[in-house]
Design a protein around this ligand. Structure first.
Ligand code: 3HC
Length: 699
């Protein structure tokens, strides 16, 4: 039974039990609806609504979206709660989210244990609160606070929520007895039936102009997304219309969102992120190893960032660098980064100090002897990595996990330098490591199952989205990025400017364009990497000659004030540079490339198809476990717009046949070998199958 009903003296208690997160599936809605009716008829005087398990209701059941809705709807359940003739008190633990919080808002009072949080995260799914949230929240806390809460989707802790007025009482002690005591107190005080629908929106001076400004800010912060603007419409409706009109308005906007491609894409990413953590063939029986002490080798930007990730998650870290000065510099950078976070008001001084204290520096390998996990983040050279791993093999305790943060190198080769390849794994963090959410977990041939299970569990613990990848040059993300970067270079030499290319891709929704990313990372990185390659390994010179020419003229990107763009030394503002166009022209002439005007459509298509085609190869080779893992990699590691669902989801939306034919057309037009369609793509199109068909037949 998903919902139970008991009467305990003068109190009725409705308990929801729908693991894992008490989502509002049909059975829950029906159960609460029936229980409310029952409570109206017995001699109880007040009703307490609470949940079993780890959390209060975490929202509508997302897996029911897109299927026909079975009555009662959540709106009907909420109306029944709100119009109850006896006070209903929601008692919250864990997180009351989305429809779950809207359920609580339909009760007359809300109490919560201190560790609880509430929120309306629908915007993260391309939705808006569709069961009264946009109408009830402004009535409780005002328009401005409601806008901030609902457009950000952020959770608010119980104490803050009480200060705002979203919750009426923070409970001391255990949820149920404390909530019952609060209910009895309300009864004893003759507390009225407080229906939010009857309240008016408090005036907070938010006029038309302020709303317009808010919309414009949102346009920047949530560029390209539809739901945030619709949220503003609904909140404006709360101010200008009656409650029932506002509800009807909200319901219409919700229906539009749920039918939108953006929401389908964001829901796909929600489930994709959760399935990414699961490794096919490794069940719950495989116990992860305990990780309570971590070593990081290399105190550069990457090593320092990784150290912060662990310290932030409460795990002590030893940061090792053989160079004393390098170590000092690394530790100073960490201190500076924490200082910046404190000055922005995002962290208390005390918490920053506690986190920093978890990181200790060392120049001696022996200090890693008791680490449960060591992550190497040294210079990207096989010789250097080999030396590090043989040393680790000597000093680390048996069972310690030895991880490399390499971006490209062969993890099997690295593992082979140790006597314990089963303990070796790739943990590929993305820069800046303390900000980027993606973690590629690279499985080498001999990596033990429990090492993999540990890495996936650890990913979650440190707030990362872990995705499993197999060994190949660049794993999932960088292997695809190479194809994408190639197109950026080719489009340039054929006649597109850096501004046009970056403009097309940012309008599509990418966080940054490829050339602006190059300038940010530093063009010398690729240049140095190419220096160690043979001409053959470097490939087609048209794909790197412009970058090389820029570096040779001292244009290394943002750090030298010039790269593909020019940067203002003070403001770092980017502007286009005629000098770059000249360099591009010279290189085109040198390599016999006839320049022409490229359309925006062509530029977009070439970049996306390059990603998608490589994605199909990666999938077919088993480098990625599933297509949705590729989407997660691109959304969390490469700034692909989440509201487009990732490259593979985007391909499916576009239609595989269309993708295939577009690639074939490029092949015909250019005669380039890299435009041969991936065999898996060709196969699916010829068999008329979808990616889903293929994936389910494989499992
Ligand atoms: N519907 C269906 N399934 C859900 C769900 C939901 N709302 N929320 C979580 N789940 C599932 C997950 O898919 C996962 O399933 P799995 O074990 O098979 O992979 C399982 O519950 C556990 O979820 P997590 O792994 O995410 O568990 P955590 O403990 O890390 O996090 C949580 C719990 C904070 C509740 C997190 O799951 C979450 O943020 N859920 C989504 C909340 C949300 O977006 N709610 C709004 C929904 S839209 C809505 O309510 C519309 C309304 O306005 C009409």
């Amino acid at each position: 039974m998903m919902v139970s009903y008991q009467q305990e003296n003068e109190l009725a208690v409705i308990t929801i039990n729908n693991p894992p997160v008490n989502a509002l599936s049909h059975g829950v809605r029906q159960g609460v609806f029936d229980a409310i009716a029952k409570a109206q008829a017995d001699d109880s005087k007040a009703i307490v609504l609470l949940c079993e398990g780890r959390t209060f209701v975490a929202g509508a059941d997302i897996s029911e979206f897109g299927k026909p809705m079975q009555e009662p709807s959540l709106a009907q359940v909420n109306a029944a709660l709100e119009s109850s003739s006896k006070p209903v008190i929601a008692a919250i633990h864990g997180t009351a989210l989305g429809g779950g919080f809207e359920l609580a808002l339909s009760c007359h009072y809300r109490c919560a244990v201190e560790s609880a949080a509430v929120g309306l995260p629908e915007v993260n799914l391309g939705l808006l609160p569709g069961a009264g949230g946009t109408q009830r929240v402004p009535r409780l806390i005002g328009l401005k606070a409601a806008l901030d809460m609902i457009t950000s989707g952020q959770k608010i802790g119980a104490v803050k929520a009480t200060e705002l007025g979203l919750i009426d009482r923070v409970l001391d002690g255990e949820l149920k007895p404390a909530a019952m005591a609060y209910a009895r107190e309300l009864l004893a005080n003759g507390a009225p039936l407080r229906r939010i629908r009857d309240m008016s929106v408090p005036a907070d001076g938010l006029n038309e102009q302020a709303l317009e400004n808010y919309r414009q800010q949102l346009n920047k912060r949530k560029r390209g997304q539809e739901a945030p603007q619709k949220i503003v419409d609904c909140i404006a409706a709360a101010a200008g219309r009656t409650f029932d009109e506002g509800l009807a308005f909200e319901r219409e906007r919700f229906a539009e969102c749920i039918a939108s491609e953006q929401s389908a894409a964001l829901r796909h990413i929600f489930f994709a992120e959760r399935s990414a953590a699961k490794i096919q063939g490794i069940g719950k029986a495989v116990q992860p190893r305990a990780i309570s002490k971590v070593g990081i080798i290399g105190a550069g930007t990457m090593g320092g960032g990784i150290a912060m990730v662990f310290a932030n998650a409460g795990i002590p870290v030893t940061l090792l660098d053989l160079n004393e000065e390098g170590l000092e510099r690394g530790l100073a950078l960490i201190a500076k980064n924490y200082g910046i976070t404190v000055s922005k008001g995002k962290l208390s001084e005390q918490e920053a100090a506690a986190r920093q204290a978890r990181i200790s520096g060392s120049t001696d390998y022996e200090s890693l002897a008791d680490a449960d996990l060591v992550i190497e983040a040294v210079f990207e050279s096989m010789d250097v990595k080999r030396q590090v791993f043989s040393k680790l093999d000597e000093v680390c305790k048996p069972g310690a996990i030895l991880a490399t943060n390499t971006s490209y190198l062969d993890v099997n080769d690295i593992a082979a330098t140790t006597s314990r390849p089963q303990d070796v794994i790739g943990l590929h963090f993305f820069s800046p490591a303390n900000v980027m959410r993606l973690l590629e977990v690279v499985r080498a041939d001999k990596t033990a199952d429990d090492v993999l299970a540990t890495a996936m569990a650890l990913g979650k613990r440190i707030g990362k989205v872990a995705v499993l990848a197999g060994v190949c040059y660049g794993f999932i993300g960088n292997r695809m990025l190479r194809q994408y970067g190639r197109e950026a270079q080719l489009c340039m030499i054929e006649g597109a400017s850096p501004e046009q290319i970056d403009g097309v891709l940012t309008r599509f929704g990418m966080a940054m364009g490829p050339l602006a990313v190059g300038d940010l990372a530093g063009l010398d990185i690729g240049y140095k990497a190419r220096e160690s390659l043979t001409e053959e390994q470097k490939g087609d010179p048209r794909t790197y000659c412009i970058a090389d020419a820029l570096v040779e003229q001292g244009r290394l990107g943002q750090k030298t004030g010039a790269g593909y763009y020019r940067y203002d030394p003070q403001t770092r503002a980017r502007s286009s540079d005629p000098e770059v166009l000249k360099i591009i022209k010279e290189q085109a002439a040198k390599h016999g490339v006839h320049q022409r005007k490229l359309s925006d459509e062509e530029i977009l298509d070439r970049h996306l198809l390059a990603l998608i085609n490589e994605g199909f190869r990666i999938l077919e080779e088993g480098i990625a476990q599933r297509s949705s893992d590729i989407d997660v990699v691109y959304v969390y590691g490469y700034g692909f717009p989440s509201y487009r669902g990732g490259p593979m989801f985007h391909a499916a939306q576009r239609g595989l046949k269309n993708v295939y034919e577009s690639i074939l057309k490029l092949q015909e037009q250019t005669g380039e070998a890299h435009w041969s369609p991936a065999p898996l793509l060709a196969q699916l199109v010829s068999e008329g199958k979808s990616l889903q068909d293929w994936e389910s037949s494989k499992n």
